[in-house]
Write a protein that binds this ligand. Structure first.
Ligand code: C5P
Length: 220
């Protein structure tokens, strides 16, 4: 129907940071606020999509009509994302920790004569690549994000190929106010071209992206 073109379509959105436990009270995490991912989920739901929002630890209200699954670590985020399949589209906005402590201690680490503990990190699973590559349940449209500090377009193109996704939304996180802020300035990078979107509220980026996803899902 007009205005709700995504009725009957399922979409998965990951958002927010992940938090990787070191012991029962300590975490490794990052500055992602979840705002961009939540805005995208809200816009997709407003267009009628059945949205599962897999969210790391953030302090944001659940957008109307969205099914939210709260997780903490990258491994939990991957499991919750896979549990949401099959979907028509997946939008991976989460700032997933690349690494986690190789073991989470069962009791709080104490200061002591041995000096500070030595952290060993191991790599986390790549949720985006897991969804997009060699997956019998691969969503028809897989969208990734690329937060870069330099050579944004070049890195975005490389990421598109490496992660096997269809589109990358690339932004320069050295722009003041973008990481954790209310505005975003992004490029939509597809296999065939690049579009620069003007700097605008994360809600507007979410609305534009949701409209583009609707176009793509309706066409095919
Ligand atoms: O490699 P990089 O972290 O820059 O890639 C960013 C994109 O990959 C984002 O879409 C992010 O949500 C996704 N990602 C992921 N799982 C990871 C790392 C990144 O889904 N472990």
């Amino acid at each position: 129907p007009a205005g709700r073109p995504l009725v009957g379509k399922k979409v998965l959105v990951t958002a927010g940071p992940t938090a990787e436990p070191l012991d029962p009270v300590r975490l490794l995490t990052n500055r992602s606020s979840g705002r961009q991912g939540f805005a995208i989920a809200a816009s997709l739901a407003a267009l009628g999509a059945e949205v599962t929002l897999v969210a790391g630890p953030v302090s944001l209200p659940t957008p109307p009509g969205v099914k939210r699954v709260d997780v903490e670590s990258a491994r939990e985020m991957l499991a919750a994302s896979q549990a949401a399949l099959p979907v028509d589209a997946a939008v991976c906005v989460a700032a997933v920790a690349d690494w986690r402590p190789d073991e989470a201690f069962g009791v709080k680490l104490k200061k002591g004569k041995d000096g500070p503990p030595q952290l060993r990190l191991v790599e986390n699973p790549d949720i985006l690549a897991t969804l997009a590559v060699d997956n019998p349940q691969r969503p028809r449209l897989v969208v990734g994000f690329a937060a870069e500090t330099n050579d944004v377009l070049e890195h975005a193109r490389a990421k598109l190929a490496r992660k096997g996704c269809d589109w990358i939304i690339a932004n320069d996180v050295t722009e003041p106010g973008v990481m954790g802020g209310s505005e975003n300035a992004v490029m939509l990078v597809t296999k065939t071209g690049v579009e620069r979107w003007e700097r605008e509220a994360k809600e507007s980026v979410g609305a534009k992206l949701a409209a583009r996803i609707a176009e793509a899902l309706i066409q095919s």
